[in-house]
Structures are given as C-alpha cells and as structure tokens.
Design a protein around this ligand. Sequence first.
Ligand SMILES: Nc1nc2c(ncn2[C@@H]2O[C@H](COP(=O)(O)OP(=O)(O)OP(=O)(O)O)[C@@H](O)[C@H]2O)c(=O)[nH]1
Ligand SMILES: [Mg+2]
Length: 332
Amino acid sequence: MIFEKIKTIPTSEELLNKAFSRSVRTMAGKTIDGPTSRCEANEAMLLTAANILTDNLAAVNKMFPSFDTLSPFYYDLADILVGVDDLKKSLNNVKWASEKIHSMSREYIGKIRGNKMPDIPRKEAFGRIGSIIGSIEKDLLLLGEARNKLRKLPDVREEPTVIIAGYPNVGKSSLVKFMTNATPEVASYPFTTKGVLIGHMEKDGLRYQIIDTPGLLDRPMSERNEIELQAITALRRLDAIVLILIDPSESCGYDIEAQLKLAHEIQNQFAIPSIIAANKADRKEFKKPDEIEYVISTLTGEGIESLIENLIGMLPKIEPTFSGMPPLRDGF
Ligand SMILES: Nc1nc2c(ncn2[C@@H]2O[C@H](COP(=O)(O)OP(=O)(O)OP(=O)(O)O)[C@@H](O)[C@H]2O)c(=O)[nH]1
Ligand SMILES: [Mg+2]
C-alpha cells in the first residue's frame, strides 16, 4: 500500500536533539589546539548538525507519495482523513526548512573560517537552525498524524472490484468468503469501526477484488453524515460495480420492503453499475421478490457461479486504471 512505507515522522525536538548531540560527538576525543583547529572543529560541528537535519527533512518529504500522481481513490481518502491541501503545505514547509538550513549553514561556514572566535558564528548558526526547525514544529506534527491515519488505509488494488452492500446480517461477509478462497483480510477504513473485508478472486487468469464494507453501505443514506458520504464516494473512484445483497427470508431482522428500499437508494445515489441478489435461498421462509433475477445461497453455493459470471461480465476485462471514473453526481 502506497502509504505503508512512510516511517515515523520525527518531532522538532527529536530532530534537534539528534543533530546537536551528533554534532557534539564529532568533537569527542579530538584535541583542539590553536585557532585553525578551533575553526575546523566549529565547522565540523555545524556541518554535521546541518547535514543530519537536511537529510532527515528530505527523507520526510520523500516518504510521502506525490499527490499529483496518486490514484483518485487514495487521493479522496487522504483528503477526507487529513486534507491534501494541508498535507501539501506542510510538506512544502519541510522542504523549505531543509533548503534553508543547507544554504544558511554554508553561509556560516564562511563566517567561521579564519574567525578568531569561531564559536560565536557557530553558536549563532545553531540558534538559527533551532528557530527554523521550531517553525516547522506544527508541520511535522501534522505529517506524523497524517502518517498514522494513512498507513491504516486498506490495500485496495487497481483491480476490477465488486463492492458488496446491504443491510447487516444478510450474508455479505459470508459471500466474500465464499467467492474468495483465501481468508479475506480485514483492513480499517475511514468512518467504519468494523473496517472493510477485502478478498481476491481469480477467474480465467484475471484477478478481481471483492470488498465488503460493514457499517458503510448497510443502512439508509439519510442516516449518514457528510464524512461517511465522502468515504463512500471514494469507493466510486474504483473501477467497480456494486452487488447489493438482500435476505428475503428476513432472518437478518429487516423486512424485505426496507431492504429493497435501501437497494434502490444505493442504486440511485451510487452512480456505478449494480446488481441486486437475493441470498439465503436455502431457508424455507425465502420468497423471491419478482424484480430479483439472482438467487443465491452462501450456505449451499446455489446460484453463486452464475452470479459471478454476470458480475464479471459487467466489469472491465483488462487490468483497469483509475482513469475513466464516472463523474460525481451533484450533492453526493
Ligand atoms: N441459511 C443461510 N444462512 C446464511 C446464508 N448466508 C449467510 N447466512 C448466515 O447469516 C448470518 C449473517 O451472515 P454474515 O455473512 O455475517 O452477514 P453480513 O451481511 O456480513 O453481516 P454484517 O457483517 O453484520 O453486516 C450468519 O449467521 C450466516 O451464517 C445463507 O445463504 N443461508
Ligand atoms: Mg459482515
């Protein structure tokens, strides 16, 4: 996952401690004798501190992906979770600090060389380094928090995707498990405490991704807050179709009218292709609603093969890219 390689972001204090303590250590065991070696000692101290800081700050910048080439799906999620503008601003400030420390320290090296009291410009340079690093304290904290949130995002791949929706207990997770032979991974996802369940399925040499989104696509849209809607919208950036599962046996605890209403609502608001399938066909209370074409049971496996064939028929055949996503509808 693209955000996974971001390592811990150091705080201003940690950076300064590291830089200054290493800089002092460069002097360990050295005898400083005479004005020349005093100048060299101060120069070495400043260079060590400056190099450590510019290297560390450059590393912070490099760890974050370029937001201009980030896939729309992850861009949306990053924007919901931390705000891409704020992230970009903080990354720019970090870059600025790195460059500033570099140029400033070179300027002070000039002042140290040949100086009768080289401690003075070196200490002044350290003071300026301290205030530059202090000025990006908030940025480093923001990046640290961003990193902690972003690295927990699910590893959603650029594969044709089936998103499973429907009321709780209708059998969504059971279906993901049935369709994907491996145990699906559970990954956290913004604004659903239950995370998402992601499984992968292979058919005729092509890979497909199945995502169950408990807590996200399992109740009426009107009950959602703005931020949840955005988290749902991000799913639309994938090359995906929605499989809405209903349970006409009503053993899930929701009557069939409510389930169909949710199904239609998702179809209307979620402007990507969708299929409604009725699950739990093995139960004796099961009654197929007229409008439903697909009847399945995750218990017996009935109907699942033909459902999968139809789903695949609706998905792009080639490895999709993130381009060609549907336009967002007004108000969603
Ligand atoms: N008889 C029967 N039971 C099923 C079938 N599919 C799922 N179930 C049962 O229905 C219950 C709910 O299944 P889940 O797969 O957890 O449903 P879910 O939609 O993922 O539920 P949430 O994660 O709570 O939203 C479980 O007890 C399953 O064993 C089916 O085809 N037939
Ligand atoms: Mg589930």
